[in-house]
Design a binder for this molecule. Structure first.
Ligand code: ADP
Length: 480
């Protein structure tokens, strides 16, 4: 891969050489080999980035929405032109199969397009007053400097899903991508640079998360935190943000149930369960974490599932025919292994998979299906983030709904049925921010994505997504 290692930290329109000599090693999870190393920044670079974003804010927020859109349209076109290159960088640093990486680049670009359009649709309000001599207005205003902290599972799409609406709203941004996957973020910042984004409007920090995170959270110049990552880190940041009362948009963990009713199209349910569970090797926050099948269709469902899972091609994402790539790192692999070990020790049966795959020397785990699963197993309460799925059964709808809701998470839930009444009743009773009915791919730029309960706060995408970066200024006018 051709990587420009001089480019890592970007502050005030310049690629910066940090003062320290520390570097971040970027590894290919499919081989455990080093791809490159990037110089890292710390407290001083974070302060500089915040200052640059703060200085750029008045001019950027003063532009018309159409002026801001123009940069996003340019970035959108550049991203699509570079799809192949961006996809191959993404696969190399993150591991997902090339086809999924291409899909992610298109998805990432779709947020640039959507928010280029939405920039012009941030409306205020005129409120009919209860007093004759009063005029009441509500005027939307960009909140200020935004800190965007992004995860490694969607190294491109999570960046644009946050940066595009923030810029469209008139905010300036300090971006800190995950340490496992900084290369995609660097490429996206290069795109904005080429699109001519004014200096200081978007700044990029690469470095130690705790150090950068603390500086960001302590800064009174940062008005909004938009974060996607683990519930644990999200809670820590929420607490840290209390000191300066930051606005928060948090997209945290999930534990998605997938319900298969007795009238469901079983082939569809199996195909979609596989797509939901094994894409990105199970490393998405809306990946199915548990399947509940009506007991009358358990046997055929498991047989079909097992056969198709066994046919999945595991390997390096850069091989065009591969369908399941590696996990991100040793920690991810160890978590999956420990969940399977725990389940088996408590009586679960491994229908297929259940061990590491050593093919190319990376962090691979075989696509796995577990049966005879009980609620005391860790996999039933802890997010798996790996290619393992437990299959459980139910006899009555109420039982399935209760089991599905029995979690602190509330991001996404899926259900398969052909009965419209059933679909609507169950959908209404599921305590989740996102419901997929015969559909495991709800994510799209025009719709609001986000969770309830401990899965987070706020929404990304749709017209809701830009509101995270807007304050409403209320104006009361007394007329003589
Ligand atoms: P995961 O466990 O999936 O790696 P994390 O929540 O640890 O998810 O990481 C998501 C993002 O949060 C990454 O960009 C990571 O660097 C960042 N992060 C982790 N810890 C902190 C912290 N203390 N302060 C700020 N950012 C952090």
């Amino acid at each position: 891969m051709i990587v420009d290692t001089a480019k890592g930290i970007y502050i005030n329109g310049q690629w910066i050489h940090p003062g320290s000599n520390t570097v971040l090693e970027v590894l290919n999870p499919a081989t455990r080999e080093k791809i490159t190393e990037i110089p890292t920044g710390g407290v001083s670079e974070t302060k500089q980035a915040i200052q640059a974003a703060n200085q750029a804010f008045p001019e950027w927020s003063d532009k018309t929405a159409r002026e801001r859109s123009a940069y996003l349209y340019k970035a959108y076109n550049l991203m699509l032109e570079r799809k192949e290159k961006l996809a191959s960088i993404l696969t190399e640093e993150q591991g997902k199969p090339l086809n999924e990486a291409r899909g992610e680049i298109e998805f990432a670009a779709s947020f640039l397009l959507w928010y280029a359009e939405e920039a012009s649709r941030v409306y205020g309000e005129i409120i009919p007053s209860s007093k004759k001599n009063k005029r009441l207005w509500v005027v939307p205003k960009p909140v200020g400097v935004v800190a965007a902290i992004t995860p490694w599972n969607f190294p491109a799409a999570m960046v644009t899903r946050k940066v595009a609406p923030a810029l469209a709203a008139g905010c300036t941004v300090v971006l800190k991508p995950a340490e496992q996957t900084p290369l995609s973020a660097i490429e996206i910042v290069k795109i904005f640079e080429e699109a001519g984004l004014p200096q200081g409007v978007l700044n990029l920090l690469i470095g130690e998360p705790d150090q950068i995170g603390k500086e960001i959270m302590d800064s009174s110049d940062i008005k909004v935190l938009t974060f996607t990552g683990s519930t644990e880190v999200g809670k820590h940041l929420m607490e840290a943000g209390a000191k300066t009362v930051k606005k928060m948009s948090l997209e945290l963990g999930g534990h998605a149930p997938l319900l298969v009713f007795e009238d469901a199209d079983l082939d569809l349910a199996v195909d979609q369960a596989i797509a939901s569970k094994y894409r990105n090797s199970g490393q998405t926050c809306i990946c199915t974490n548990r399947i509940y099948v009506h007991s009358s269709v358990e046997e055929p469902f498991i047989e079909k599932l097992k056969a198709k899972v066994e046919a999945l091609q595991i390997g390096m994402g850069s091989d065009e025919n591969v369908e399941v790539g590696p996990l991100i790192n040793g920690e991810g692999l160890a978590k999956v292994e420990s969940q399977v070990h725990d389940a088996v020790s408590k009586g679960a049966e491994v229908k297929t998979g259940g061990k590491q795959w050593k093919g190319s020397g990376g962090y691979f785990y075989e696509p796995t299906v577990l049966a005879n699963v009980t609620n005391d197993m860790t996999i039933m309460s802890q997010e798996t983030f790996g290619p393992v799925v437990p299959v459980l059964t139910f006899d009555h709808e109420e039982e399935a709904i209760e089991a599905a809701n029995n979690t602190d998470y509330g991001l996404a839930a899926f259900l398969f049925t052909k009965d419209l009444d059933n679909a609507i009743t169950v959908m209404e009773k599921l305590d989740y921010g996102i419901i997929g009915i015969n559909d495991v791919f709800p994510g799209t730029a025009e719709a609001p994505f986000g969770g309830i309960k401990e899965s987070g706060l706020g929404r990304e995408g749709g017209h809701e997504g830009i509101k995270e970066f807007i304050e409403m200024k209320y104006v009361s006018i007394a007329v003589a």
